[in-house]
Design a protein around this ligand. Sequence first.
Ligand code: SF4
Length: 328
Amino acid sequence: MSLLEVDGLGVSYGRRSGRVLSGVSLSVRPGEVVGVVGETGSGKTTLVRAVVGLVPADEGRVTFDGTEVTALRGRRLRAFRRTGGMQLVFQDSLRSLDPDLTVAAIVAEGLTVAGGLTRSEQAERVDEALIRVGLDPALGTRRPGQVSGGQRQRVALARAIAVRPKVLLCDEPASALDASSRNQVLLLLDRLRRELGVAIVMISHDLTSLAGLVDRVAVLFGGRLVEQGPVGEVFGDPAHPYTALLVASAPSIGARPLGRSAASLRPARDRESWPHGGGCRYAPLCPFATADCAVEPPREERADGRTVACHHAETWSDLVGQTRGALT
Ligand code: SF4
């Protein structure tokens, strides 16, 4: 059974910016780690913000633990947020943490908002959260500017887990860190998932970060999900040309090499004038596009836990598979 269900979510930021997300559907089970991958501007951050109600959705539904979040407004939405069931962890901890507060006060923020704890109970929960993320509670007296970038991101995670959420929504939580701190944060997320049973939605442009951590992955392009499924299958045998291009650009994830067939995935460069009548958003770049693709939006086809939105998924993936088969 799903803990978090996103059903046909659409968001637009006014008429001039157009649609940022369209028809996004995603489900997260308790304790599951789901990755959402896509390039800058694909709508990843808008997706997590809309899920927690920070950005209003203009179509579709988000249901968390039986509550329809998208139907909540005003006081009811604020009351829902106070429960802390879903916690957002941002990419830039320096900007997301109040520089004037101590680390202990930052970690206590959600607990103070939720209320119901005595001072000593709250202090205990703060120490517990700091230890859980691998920080010495003695750091509680420092301010965000007095700890390292890796420690700051752990403080952000401690703040999120202090309220004992059921889902952590992590927006590129390690991308601003150096390689060593990044790996430590990814290992920490994996440990939190195992020890606390918390579900995680991990947003990233980096397939390598996702490959070792997530159970399932969803690929976002132009505000639409183009493919989703178990991470080993999606990265090992992509069913959408855009996923295949991402995989071909990230050899470190250990997927079977695409060899010469990677060249056939290169974005088309001669399509600036390609007609776009609401068809597949990848059509202007897709080397496998036909005239139909430009006018008819592909429906999401589901089979064996995989979903793909492409008119020609079988045809093009056979082509890539044959070339790859000849090479491996
Ligand atoms: S629907 Fe057409 S344009 Fe879109 S990804 Fe598939 S083949 Fe390419």
